[in-house]
Ligand binder design. Sequence first.
Ligand code: TSJ
Length: 651
Amino acid sequence: MHDYTVSDIKVMEGLEAVRVRPGMYIGSTGSRGLHHLLWEIVDNSVDEAANGYADTITVTLERDGSVSVEDNGRGIPVGIHEKLGVSGVEVVFTQLHAGGKFGNDSYSYSGGLHGVGASVVNALSEWVKVEVATGGKLYAMSFKSFEDKDGMHSGIPEGPLAEIGRTRRQGTKVTFMPDARVFETVEMNFEIIARRLRELAYLNRGVRFKLFDLRERGNAKEREYHFEGGVCDFVKYLNGDKIPLYPEPIYISGKKDNIVVEIAMQHSDGYSENVFSYVNNIPTTEGGTHETGFRAALTKVMNDYCRRIGLLKDKDASLSGEDFREGLTAVISLKMQNIQFEGQTKTKLGNTEARPAVEWVMQDKLPPILEDLKNAELSAMIADKAVKAAKAREAARKAKSMAREKSKLENAPLVGKLSSCTGRDPKLNELFIVEGDSAGGSAKQGRDRRFQAILPLRGKVLNVEKKRLEQVLENEELRSLITALGTGIGEDFNIDNLKYDKVVILSDADQDGGHIRALLLTFFYRYTKGLITDGHVYIGQPPLYKVQKGDTAVYCQDDKELEKVTKGLKGYTLQRYKGLGEMNPEQLWETTMDPKNRTMVRVSIEDAATVEHLVTLLMGDKVAPRKEYIQEFADFNKNDSFAGKAKLDNQ
Ligand code: TSJ
């Protein structure tokens, strides 16, 4: 029998490296890194399901703050590893990079951003418990991290894998307690987890994902995601309340050179293009070779089709790709080996072989669908929409050049509402976009006019998702904004002309405020993306509460802070701000605008897929389930879901 002493601790030294530099393995020790632990574990179960051995994956946020993941797959191998002389379970949790990659014919398709696995989770957890049910037997093993006179010891087995009973079930259950000595926060976010599990459910047709939150006594939460339609259901969901041009998404799947390609697409009466791509279940926010292949093939196949049906004559020029993508929602999902990521945020697929694979599958599968007599209407709709789009584009081009001549956008009356600042150095200047005239007035009086400009917004911002460029340019609120920014929009966007270093959205902490924020971010996202990617967009954080006792006042951002501040405090008065309008100019300056005291959240597109999802999802104003997303925008300060890692900038 194995006794776990000095020699083992030697073996474990690899895991200590993870403790020393957690960021290298999971990106950060903030909320993002914390959730990363969970994804590393879930990935293993998803792999098992993708290989056809499991169909249910359950994530539970346990009462004690630990998290468990359970699947009904084959179970992590319990046999003794030939070379290492310990159980497969022990290898998986103690060998860096061992991952779940056992057996030689089963390879891992999924894999988190860093592809590290269970051993990293073990290293960064206070303890881990593993249960494996296989061959009628139940096995268990646990690991612990502790500190003694020799220093830190991470992920040390408390004993070898032990047979603890009999069972008729099969599968793996892993429970881990994230180590509070490592993470800035050890509180997982239910909505972040739910959203990712839903995404995984769409991307892995037929697999059932369950989520339980048992942390609050008497307030258990539960979600279940399971889509027999897979990516087609995903596209339908994304198209939500838009009006589809044809009822069922077009579904294309195939395999070329060991690359599995799955695509669902559907046009709606909208104008924007929403292509969501994934590789091995990882969102490729910056696109890459697979998206290029998709776009190229769609353009070619559709132009060929238009010629075949005589919509385009020999003499006619081909339609452009963007015409076929107007109002298109598509999900592209690839499964392949040796993925390479590029780009600013390493979310762009770089593998050159992905492009021809997607092109081949599209060119093989799309034409027969278009030609199918059952689909005559669908094909005609797409072709017809593209022709209209081409005409509209031409008209817009003319209108735009006319507008440019008259320099419509540069004209003064449009900036009438803007209270500009006196300073002329864009690098120091800030633009506050303020919801409502009264708050706008307070901001105007309270600001430091040397470097802070105020743009009050009246009422709702135009929902740009549903509009063509001409309509955006006709909207007065947006025109003043565009003029104030100085960058131009769309193809004309040029960050060098930005007149402000910080563009701050200041809206109420309620649902309406959340909605306005979302609409503004949608606008920025669609027309001035560089503003977000370069980190110029911020969300101002006005306080929710003012606690006053005698002459001293303390402002609190949220309930948590309020609790801290008022704990043990007696004889104070509490004011809850319902909106910015309730604050006087001095208070607004002091709490929200003064760089010395204020808190602002920078909007970064580290996770732009989430942004796109939310932005797209938000487009329905009246659909009930979408309320929750609007609320999430309202809660911008409390979770980092929207901005990915929404950094808290205290400046
Ligand atoms: F790795 C882990 F601990 F993070 C983990 C692995 C956590 C959870 C919740 C599940 C799993 C897991 C692993 N579920 N299913 C598996 N399957 C295997 O590891 C497995 C089983 C059998 C064979 C085989 O070739 O017979 C191969 C593999 C990879």
